[in-house]
Design a protein around this ligand. Sequence first.
Ligand SMILES: [Zn+2]
Length: 689
Amino acid sequence: MLKLSLIAWLLCSLTWRTTPTSCHRTQPPPSVEELLANRLHSYMDLTARPCENFYQYACGNWPLQQMEQPPETQQMAEQQQQLHQREQKEQLQPSDTLAVLDYALNRQLEQLLRRGVSNDSSTEDEQLLSIHEKMHNYYRACKRLKPYNLKKYLQLLPPSNCTGWPLLSRKWSPETFSWLATIGRLRSYGLNGVLLKEEVLPRWDDASSYAINLDKPSQQETIPMGEGAIIELLLDIGQTKREANVLARQVDFFERQLHRLQDIEDDMGNMETELCYLAEIMPQLQWTAFIQELPINATASELERPPALLIQNVPYMRALDKFLRRHKPETVCNYIMLKLLAFLKQQGPAEISRVECVASLRRAMPLAASLLIGQRFHDPNSEPLVSEIFGRLKRRFGQLINENRLQLKQPILRVLQEKLDAMRLQLGFLQLNETSYVDDYYEPVQMGAQSFYENQLALLRLRVERNHQLLTMGNQYNGNNVSYLTERELSSSLSPFFALPRNLVLVPYGFLQLPIWHRNMSELQQHAVLGFILAHEIIHGFDNHGIHYDSVGNLMGPSEEIWASPRYNQSINCIEQHVATGSKSLSEKIADFEAMRLVYETYFGEKFSIDRKEPRDPLLPQFSQRQRFFISFAQFFCGKQQSLNAQHLEHAVDELRVLQTLANFEEFSREFGCEKRTKMQAKKKCRVW
Ligand SMILES: [Zn+2]
């Protein structure tokens, strides 16, 4: 029953600010440390050998502990048919620590929304009331969906004024269909990375102002959806099985060929120009139709100078045009439609449970959700503690830079130190006093309590408009410094990240919750989990990408000088060998390897440097403090073995992260007494800084 009590306690602890008396208990509650010690022990598989597979040792029983459901969800599930019930239960089980956190947070937000957010507090702030009302209406409209019907989006959003969708409309006319006009129109509703990619990003040479970036989609974005996923979407919009099969085959063939265009080399490189010159560079493409659909025109007249445009992969775009001419307009339009449906489905609520409407709300209104989470669930007393850890990590990394393992020249060391000094930590996607900014942001949209699809499309469009407005505000813009990221998933996720053009580590409010963080946790536990994450993000400022950026986030970092160091090259080669066996990118591997050393030395180096005779762990005396540090670190990555292939792969990635990071760290094997030939001892250990 440990699990149930833990979840109940977790939920209670989340509401401590709003409803401190909502959790009545008969016995004195266990302390945070006691609960965490019990939890740590219950996740472990003590039959596994730590030197052979430390992940199994630390996380082996994690999935078992996640089997029990919160009571309310169970009741709901019992009303369903048995088969469906089993399916639902499986899907509802959180798959990893972040999912546990997400789920607990969504349930808290749901309770708040059911009561009506503003009823819950005595706020008289009109701006806040207006934000809450919009969130509440979005949520209510979502809950009224019976069922969630993707076809509604297509009815609201035709590919252009001149034509309808081939599958649904008698208005379909291949002669007037223009793929660029369609892509432009759907781009203004948030679809991106389909055939082209258009983004407003900080300028490379002046990160405080913005430019439009036009590029080909990423490799990831053009990975074919596959016939199965296409058929599912087509059935969702009411196609018969037979129709869906025929169409899926056509689109699948198209998609595979399209994916091959990724191989085209960019022998022209980057170009800086203005939108109006696009037609000169690539006259065969109908750029005017595309540009007219983007939400730039409204603001362009206010500008003294038109916004700068950075183009990459012109040869791809030329080849794309030829490629699309070889295919029937109908197939091209169907492909775009399917990508749109997949995108919207991802933004909307998954059909399985009611908290999904909260999840969808967080995705649709990331700024409002961040404000609400910050104001209701964030403990301001944690801030100095988190900043303190961040500061200590920075100091230790500063020492490492100055020890100069890479034998860099003094001026380069100074530049690196300057960057480290300037690196900031920000809690929350925005600040708690930014209510009026958030109110202004959402001012143009009204949320109907009955009109989910309209609400969602209006919010998506708003987000793209707001991003394009950054182009006109440039240097004088005093708004949120990461607002250019609102279209990215990370604006609504609980995952911390490093913003390269801002030299900024961002930790969302929702992340600083149990089981990851509590201000009454031991310092050891705080360092082993949050400390590692912060260190990982700091290192991103100094990994193979990070070194391209300077202290203010311009792409003018000392990368060439660093690459000239033979030691740096050796280190990167060493780590690349690990990437070959893993599936994460080089920069992630660098961040993991270096962060482990950094956080370990920050914590133990400062506290117990002379002799290693620190006391055993008081609650778990079978482990040394250092052993407990490694177990706690590993347990942040515990996850469920998934039956689906794709998810299984992701799980494997987390497992691999733990195994490789620890096997690369000599202190780990020393602490667990791992011998030379065991799996948890990498043959060659890599180190960069
Ligand atoms: Zn990372």
